[in-house]
Write a protein that binds this ligand. Structure first.
Ligand code: NAD
Ligand code: UDP
Length: 309
């Protein structure tokens, strides 16, 4: 197949490209390199089945493709809050552009939605049926509401225009090729520990997240895109739940060194807890579940950063 990956020069997108190229597909990456890097796809640039197009997803585009994966959107809070209006345009106008193209060329189209659609969840763990608890006018709203609106667009194009959609809600995923200045917690803690800097816990560190290693997530993407039973939304993530204090201690243990833990103010609307209910994914994706435990995934990610920071 010929497959368009928007945001393909980013962290998740570049791993997805590796798998798609490995399966023998032709891949076109559309990316404006806001948070992505050519270095993430450098090894693919000489491959005749691979093409990189520098383009902003909010401007229209045309490609003759069989499938579209829409991943273009900054994912880390400091990056998506840098220009909030641009972030919401990226989710909303980017989705409209992907869906319009999918409708015209009859491509199956995948949306990288997020656990942020659940906001600061009052239901725990979060099943797909939960509607969420999102502040519409806070610091995180440009991302959360942008992704929620994108889901609405995907389902309306599906219902009204029979567009063949797949919508995945991704829970915190980490691994090699995260940007060292990304600002998300796993890369921050690893980079700080490797540099011997203080480990910055926001708040008291009792808030929880569930961390999925990138390879497990991408396997879920491919299985979900290949099946025809359901269109989503489907949670994908690792249900292992950790406090940020536990993550900081584990990172310090694995990296070694002399970093101290320091506390910084908790950002506004920071969700207190997050853990995916993956019952649906296990059932529909042929028994899919994450295989890489946190400690092993952290070790692989630390090995990646060790040579770079
Ligand atoms: P990332 O920031 O590494 O990748 C995003 C990519 O999109 C980058 O290459 C960036 O340059 C590109 N991009 C941003 N705005 C663009 C625009 N206007 N036009 C074209 N390209 C643009 O982040 P990631 O972790 O790889 O996330 C990929 C997708 O998955 C995002 O849509 C994100 O919201 C979603 N997601 C990720 C996680 C996670 O834990 N990694 C969790 C939930 C959802
Ligand atoms: N966090 C932290 N220190 C950091 C970066 C993040 O304690 O240096 C916390 C953050 O406040 C949140 C959790 O780690 O509670 C996960 O943050 P991240 O930005 O990785 O993802 P998200 O909040 O979007 O799940």
């Amino acid at each position: 197949m010929r497959i368009l990956v928007t945001g393909g020069a980013g962290f998740l997108g570049s791993h997805l490209c590796d798998r798609l190229i490995g399966q023998g597909h032709e891949v076109v990456v559309l990316d404006n390199l806001f948070t992505g890097r050519k270095a993430n796809i450098q090894h693919l640039l000489g491959n005749p089945n691979f093409e990189f197009v520098r383009h902003d997803i909010i401007d229209p585009f045309k490609f003759e493709v069989d499938q579209i994966y829409n991943l273009a959107c900054p994912a880390s809070p400091p990056h998506y809050q840098y220009n909030p209006i641009k972030t919401i345009k990226t989710s909303v106008m980017g989705s409209i552009n992907c869906l319009g193209l999918a409708k015209r060329v009859r491509a199956r189209v995948f949306q990288a939605s997020t656990s942020e659609v659940y906001g600061d969840p009052a239901v725990h763990p979060q099943p797909e049926s939960y509607w969420g608890n999102v502040n519409p006018i806070g610091k995180r709203s440009c991302y959360d509401e942008g992704k929620r609106c994108a889901e609405t667009l995907f389902f309306d194009y599906h219902t009204e225009n029979k567009v063949d959609i797949r919508v995945v809600r991704i829970f915190n995923t980490y691994g090699p090729r995260m940007h060292e200045a990304d600002g998300r917690v796993v890369s921050n803690f690893i980079v700080q520990a490797l540099r011997g800097q203080d480990i910055t816990i926001y708040g008291d560190g009792s808030q929880t997240r569930s961390f999925c290693y990138v390879d497990d997530l991408i396997e879920g993407f491919l299985r979900f895109m290949a099946q025809t039973e359901i269109v989503g939304p489907m949670n994908l993530g690792n249900p292992g739940e950790f406090t940020m204090l536990q993550l900081a201690e584990l990172t310090l243990k694995l990296v070694g060194g002399k970093s101290k833990i320091v506390h910084k103010p908790l950002p506004a609307d920071d969700p207190k807890q997050r853990r995916p209910d993956i019952t649906l994914a296990k059932k529909v994706l042929g028994g899919w579940e994450p295989k890489v435990p946190l400690e092993e995934g952290l070790q692989r990610t630390i090995a990646y950063f060790r040579g770079r920071v």
